[in-house]
Each structure stands twice: as structure tokens, then as C-alpha cells.
Ligand binder design. Structure first.
Ligand code: NAD
Length: 262
């Protein structure tokens, strides 16, 4: 089935290492023929991303901190100079102070609330606007969310509020950009063993709980998330926008744990 992404070019934001969700998505898109650019945050991550990008035939890497307008402008300037236009963008970026991803949500500080929402939600709006300027023939924008957005998940705290805002932003962006044939969707995987995932208090217990209780009795995989991204970025997803697509083994349909786990 190779070739679903042949002729399409896009930017993948948020690869930190080979366990990153963004890397699962990049690998799947590249396997279907997509041409990729990568943004990474800072030199240390750049060293890790470079060989990964090379392994899928890309030497197009840009250092971007989404709180820094100059680096964003440089990134989209480089995309315009090199490609002129682009077809898709993957936003797999989130951040909160680790100290506030444990304990009671009520203790969220104003500073971390603002920082988390700016990095984890506003940045998607920002890059959507910049990417749309390079999509005269339509395109596909994807972000990553988590079910803690609408169901209380211990320790997820301010990130749950940030993901709720991100999901709402996904719908508003979908409506704004629909007339330009630009689709905007979010993928909502279950817990994954990544750097960001490990920062959340009780991450291992959450991982085990989801695996033991999800209807499929399995956690998401990078391959499954990548496959969903291929659907959304390829022409097969051409009539899907404003959606939050769960890739969580069905965990979100549950009202309570499985009988064997009570
Ligand atoms: P990850 O640590 O591999 O990726 C997070 C990325 O965010 C890193 O590359 C990091 O450099 C980047 N980032 C953070 N602040 C940034 C900034 N200011 N500027 C630029 N980049 C910045 O972890 P991941 O789990 O692959 O996370 C990717 C996305 O998936 C996040 O939105 C996360 O919330 C979401 N997600 C993760 C899980 C999980 O369990 N790991 C589940 C559902 C959704």
C-alpha cells in the first residue's frame, strides 16, 4: 500500500527522540512517500533528531521554540524558500512544569497555567496560521491530545485544561480554514512511554491501567498513531475535519474498569 503520501510535503514538529509520537508519525508518513521537514527544540534535541531525519531521507531541520516568534518566522521562511508550498503539518508539542503534573490540580500556579496553555495550545493556532499561508491548494494540520481533556485523570492537571483548549481550538481552526480546503484534526492516543509522558505523575500506573482495561486490552503504538496520521494527511481523509480521533484501544468508551479488575 506504499505511496499514499507520494508528492506531499510537510513539517513534523516535536520529535525529541525515537520514542516520540512525532517520530512514529514521521516514520509512517515517510514510508508512504512523504517528503519531510523537522523542527526540534534546541541543540541537544537537534543532535538526536538529525540521524532520525536522515534515516527517512530528510536533511531539512529547523530549531524552533514555539514561544519565540523569531524562530517560528525563520522556520516558515525556510519552508517557503525551499518548498514554496506545503501539504501538511504535524504539531506534537506540549509542556508543563513537571512539579504541577502531580498532586492536586487546585494548586496550579498562574505562571505555569499561562506557560502550559501558550506552549501546548496557542502554538497550534500560531503554526496553523503560518502553515495555511503555504497551503494554497488545501492541506492537513494535525495536533496531539489526550483523553484527560474531558475526563479527570489523576496528576494530568493543567495539561487536561490545556488539551481541552487545544481540542476546542482544533474545531475553531477547522471552521476558519475549511473554505481553504485545509483540514484540522487531533489524534488522541492513550498513554505512551515518551519523555513528556514520563513527566506525568503515576505514568507507569496509568499505562498499566489502560492496557488492562481498554476493550482491546492494549495501549496505543507508534505504528497505530502513525497510521491514523497517514489517513488524516492523505487524500483518504479528505472529508474529515474538526475531529478528535482516539487511538486508545477503546479506553474512552468505558464507564468503569473491567469486571476482572474490580
Ligand atoms: P515528547 O517528549 O517526545 O515530545 C514532546 C515535544 O514537545 C518535544 O519534542 C519537545 O521538544 C517539544 N516542546 C516542548 N516545549 C516546546 C517549545 N517551547 N518549543 C518547541 N517544542 C517544544 O513526548 P510525546 O509524548 O511524543 O508528546 C507529543 C504530543 O503527544 C504532546 O502534545 C503530548 O501531550 C501528546 N500526547 C502524549 C501522550 C503520552 O502519553 N505520551 C498521550 C497523548 C498525547
Amino acid at each position: 500500500m506504499a505511496g499514499l503520501m507520494t508528492g506531499k510535503r510537510g513539517l513534523v514538529m516535536g520529535v525529541a527522540n525515537e520514542r516520540s509520537i512525532a517520530w512514529g508519525i514521521a516514520s509512517a508518513l515517510a514510508a508512504e512517500g512523504a517528503e519531510l521537514a523537522f523542527s526540534y527544540q534546541g541543540e541537544a534535541f537537534g543532535k538526536r533528531v538529525e540521524p532520525l531525519a536522515a534515516s527517512v531521507g530528510s536533511d531539512f531541520l529547523v530549531d524552533v521554540d514555539v514561544t519565540d516568534d523569531a524562530s517560528l518566522a525563520a522556520c516558515f521562511g525556510a519552508l517557503k524558500d525551499r518548498w514554496g508550498t506545503m501539504d501538511f503539518l504535524v504539531h506534537a508539542i506540549a509542556f508543563s512544569d513537571k512539579n504541577e503534573l502531580t498532586g492536586r490540580f487546585i494548586n496550579t500556579s498562574r505562571d505555569n497555567f499561562c506557560n502550559s496553555l501558550v506552549i501546548s495550545c496557542y502554538s497550534f493556532i500560531d503554526v496553523a496560521r503560518r502553515a495555511a499561508d503555504l497551503m494554497p491548494d488545501g492541506g492537513s494540520l494535525i495536533t496531539l491530545t489526550y483523553g484527560g481533556s474531558n475526563r479527570v485523570t489523576p496528576n494530568y492537571n493543567v495539561m487536561g485544561v490545556a488539551k481541552a483548549a487545544l481540542e476546542s481550538a482544533t474545531r475553531y481552526l477547522a471552521n476558519d480554514l475549511g473554505p481553504q480546503k485545509i483540514r484540522v484534526n487531533a489524534i488522541s492516543p492513550g498513554p505512551m512511554k515518551t519523555l513528556a509522558g514520563a513527566a506525568i505523575g503515576g505514568a507507569r500506573a496509568t499505562f498499566r491501567h489502560t492496557e488492562a482495561n481498554a476493550p482491546l486490552r492494549a495501549n496505543a503504538t507508534l505504528e497505530a498513531i502513525g497510521g491514523t496520521a497517514v489517513y488524516l494527511c492523505s487524500d483518504f481523509g479528505v472529508c474529515t475535519t474538526g475531529e478528535i480521533i482516539r487511538v486508545d484501544g477503546g479506553y474512552h468508551v468505558l464507564g468503569m474498569p473491567q469486571a476482572e479488575n474490580l
